[in-house]
Write a protein that binds this ligand. Structure first.
Ligand SMILES: C[S@@+](CC[C@H](N)C(=O)[O-])C[C@H]1O[C@@H](n2cnc3c(N)ncnc32)[C@H](O)[C@@H]1O
Length: 239
């Protein structure tokens, strides 16, 4: 009997045996080691690992916009035995929190910069790029790109991308990344939106919904607070 899953804004009696899976446990533990703390977001990591495992069956590199200390990406690289994949994982972050120039007026009015200051003060966001690089040093083919999105997007050299994780805690650079990378996503590629439905992050949903409408796509809203797009195999007709 599993009991109740009750953390990270999600309370459910539904089956969550994935938490007992040894591969999940090993990957999650590596995420905890990267972050230096347990965010208690098992179901979100389960979704991320599932999407990454699906993407690993496709050709293409992986991209994460918003890396922080590397919880999710370290868990993914552990699960996939990254050095055996021959792919590059592009990891983009300011490593200095949000860039105010790329936060929308609506988000600023909603207190996003105050939340950013708290995340920086509490150490959830990091300035320590050397420590982040050290965390990833066990893996080959990792490209840590330091600076503000959208300015750094041109440094993603890949022309085939199978997995894109957007986790920037603000909308305009997430939409810019989705726009810039969409044509390079291979058919069936997984685009995971960390904050799409998360309480308190509504402008990211508004931005990605507009992105989806422009491409005649729909986004799967998940009870974890994430959103998921799987790139259609052939382009949907433009409305
Ligand atoms: C929620 S954290 C990412 C957490 C990470 N995915 C994990 O698994 O732990 C959000 C990150 O986005 C970064 N960020 C926010 N706006 C950015 C921008 N315009 N360009 C680059 N990084 C940005 C912040 O520095 C912060 O580290």
């Amino acid at each position: 009997m599993m009991g109740v899953y009750d953390q990270d804004g999600l309370r459910t009696v539904h089956n969550h045996e994935f938490v007992l899976d040894p591969d999940f446990q090993r990957a999650y533990a590596r995420g905890v080691a990267a972050a230096g703390r347990d965010y208690r977001w098992h179901w979100r990591v389960h979704v991320g690992l599932w999407a990454a495992a699906g993407a690993a069956k496709l050709p293409g590199d992986f991209v994460e916009c918003g890396v922080g200390r590397g919880f999710m990406s370290s868990a993914i690289m552990t699960l996939l035995d990254w050095n055996s994949t021959g792919r590059t994982f592009y990891l983009l972050d300011t490593f200095a929190g949000l860039d105010e120039r790329y936060v929308s007026p609506e988000e600023k009015a909603g207190g996003v910069m105050q939340r950013n200051a708290q995340e920086m003060a509490s150490g959830v966001y990091t300035f320590d790029v050397a420590a982040v690089r050290a965390n990833f040093s066990e893996w080959n083919n990792v490209s840590v790109i330091v600076g503000s999105i959208p300015e750094t997007l041109a440094e993603i050299r890949s022309d085939r991308i199978a997995f894109l994780h957007l986790d920037l805690n603000c909308s305009p650079p997430e939409v810019a990344a989705a726009d810039a990378l969409w044509d390079r996503l291979v058919p069936g590629a997984f685009v995971l939106l960390d904050d799409y439905a998360y309480q308190g992050y509504r402008w990211q949903k508004v931005g990605m919904d507009a992105f989806a409408r422009r491409r005649n796509l729909s986004i799967l809203s998940l009870p974890t607070g994430q959103g998921l797009i799987i790139k259609p195999a052939s382009p949907p007709p433009v409305r």
